[in-house]
Every structure is written in structure tokens, then in C-alpha cells.
Design a protein around this ligand. Sequence first.
Ligand SMILES: [Zn+2]
Length: 74
Amino acid sequence: MITSIACPACQVGTIPIDARLLAAGQSFSCGTCFAVIGVAEKSKDVLANGVNEFSNLKNKLDGMKTKELSVSGA
Ligand SMILES: [Zn+2]
């Protein structure tokens, strides 16, 4: 789950972020200005929950899709 965000420091570069690694405390740096962004210690739990919920939701949607396909294919 890698996403790119605009660099908040230079607003020119983009920073590729893996939300799971970010939630695990990993920092990511801008390729243009080398600013490093990470998650504040107190925000880690919130972000981790968000990532987990996103994964759960995605799994549910994938399950629904599979179901629909098997129904329409029958
Ligand atoms: Zn930058």
C-alpha cells in the first residue's frame, strides 16, 4: 500500500509512503529537499487502526466481488 504525497516542506517533490511502515514508525524522505517525515509517537495507534480498518474493508469488498462474480457466472 504505497502512496505518494506532495512534500509539505518544499511542495515540489513527492514522498512515496507505505502506510503500514509509516504506522510502524518508519520515516520517509523527500527526494527533492530531503525533508524527513514520520508519525508522531502519539499518533501511531490512530494511524495503525486506520490502516487495519482499511485492510478489513478492502477484504470485505474483495469478498463481495468474488461472490458477485460466482453468482453472475452461474
Ligand atoms: Zn521536499
